[in-house]
Design a protein around this ligand. Structure first.
Ligand SMILES: Cc1ncc(COP(=O)(O)O)c(C=O)c1O
Length: 384
């Protein structure tokens, strides 16, 4: 049987990883500044994480969501403490798309409405409602297409006001990424997020913050929207939550009431997922990884701004987009093949994405900057 061929692949076979490094089957070491699409938060194969999941597997790995599982409450308590959302509830699921799908359903259940405002450049996942709210018709099948989604330019207050006027009474939700990732690391401004929150309150719609990529300490705060000091009704999270173990969740405002059967999942919140997610939170707290992301990220962004051919550096913490004056694909290839450094792309061909593990230090930053600078000097036309 063949694998269904939907991914372009690098010719690299990782067999081992530790911290911010990955080794291939030939023993070659790579610096991982992409974390497998922003997934690696506490670092590859962190010893506490490995021990906690392994220990759990020896006890019990799975039972369905029909029995008492105190670990889920332990996870909700710890997440409430670290995120500052103690009064919200947690629904556990398995992936970012599923978290957004459930958040969109909750907003529709709660309001009895169907329309959703989403933003140009957004990526929310590949399930039915999530992909409909994703600004990429290439990944929408005919069955996903709907006129319930209104796409607006990010940070356009006038367009938002106009849309509220036209659709306010039908509006179930506004969904926005804490920082747009796939879209090339585009930040919604704090004033814009405040406008969205106020607009939702005004028309009785729910604000959904997609923190699937930007959450879990990556931005230098637990969630990126906390830089804007707003409180959304629903917050979705995934990638960094399990450091590679598939686990995701929705944080739900206390005004939203649950009822049995409203949402559900077979695998969501299983023992192994809880063990992984608890280990991640314990390490984030113990090793001050959110603060590290803030400090190292700031240093890295400042240094990147000095390099030739760099047009713009956007981001917060360790979610960084470097916009060049040329396509970044050949530079990413050179970084990987000549310097053994993984970086990411985005839907903007000139913007390279950096999403390293939150534990990286000055040594890793220096190694990357030296390599990047050398490549940029080779490719920039020399001024005489
Ligand atoms: C902001 C955002 N939301 C949702 C998703 C979908 O997550 P998943 O691939 O886990 O379904 C992604 C994945 O890249 C994402 O970046």
């Amino acid at each position: 049987m063949n694998l269904f061929d939907v991914y372009p692949l690098f010719d690299i076979t990782p067999v081992r990883a530790q911290g911010a490094y990955v080794w291939d089957d030939k023993g070659k070491r790579y610096l991982d500044l992409y974390g497998g699409h922003a997934v690696i938060s506490i670092g590859h194969s962190h010893p506490h994480y490995v021990k906690r999941i392994a220990r759990q597997l020896y006890d019990i790995g799975f039972y369905s969501n029909s029995v008492q599982m105190p670990m889920q409450q332990e996870l909700a308590d710890k997440l409430g403490e670290l995120s500052g959302y103690e009064d919200y509830s947690l629904f556990l699921c398995n992936s970012g798309a599923e978290a957004n799908e459930n958040a969109l359903k909750l907003a529709s259940f709660q309001t009895g409405r169907k329309k959703v405002i989403a933003f140009k450049g957004a990526f929310h996942g590949r399930t039915s409602a999530a992909v409909a709210a994703t600004d990429d018709t290439k990944i929408q099948a005919p069955i996903n297409q709907t006129d319930n989604i209104i796409f607006l330019p990010l940070n356009d207050v006038a367009a938002f006001a106009q849309a509220l006027q036209e659709h306010g009474s039908d509006l179930a939700a506004v969904i926005v990424e804490g920082i747009q990732g796939v879209g090339g690391v585009q930040l919604p401004g704090p004033a814009f997020l405040k406008t969205l929150a106020a607009g939702c309150e005004k028309v009785g719609a729910l604000l959904i913050l997609d923190e699937v990529q930007s959450g879990y300490g990556r931005s230098g705060k637990f969630f990126a929207h906390q830089h804007a000091d707003i409180k959304p009704h629903l917050i979705t999270m995934a990638k960094g939550m399990g450091n590679g173990f598939p686990v995701a969740g929705v944080l739900i405002h206390p005004d939203i009431e649950s009822r049995h059967g409203m949402l559900g999942t077979t695998f969501g919140g299983n023992y192994l997922a809880c063990a992984a997610a608890l280990a991640v939170l314990e390490v984030i707290k113990e090793e001050n990884l959110t603060e590290n992301a803030q400090q190292i990220g700031q240093r890295l962004m400042n240094a990147l701004r000095q390099l030739p051919g760099v047009k713009d550096v956007r981001g917060q913490g360790l979610m960084i987009g470097v916009e060049l004056d040329k396509p970044c694909a050949p530079i990413r290839k050179q970084l990987l093949e000549e310097y053994q450094i993984f970086t990411g792309s985005s839907s903007d061909k000139n913007t390279l994405r950096l999403l390293p593990p939150l534990c990286i230090g000055a040594r890793e930053v220096e190694k990357f900057l030296q390599a990047f600078e050398a490549i940029l000097y080779q490719t920039e036309p020399q001024s005489i």
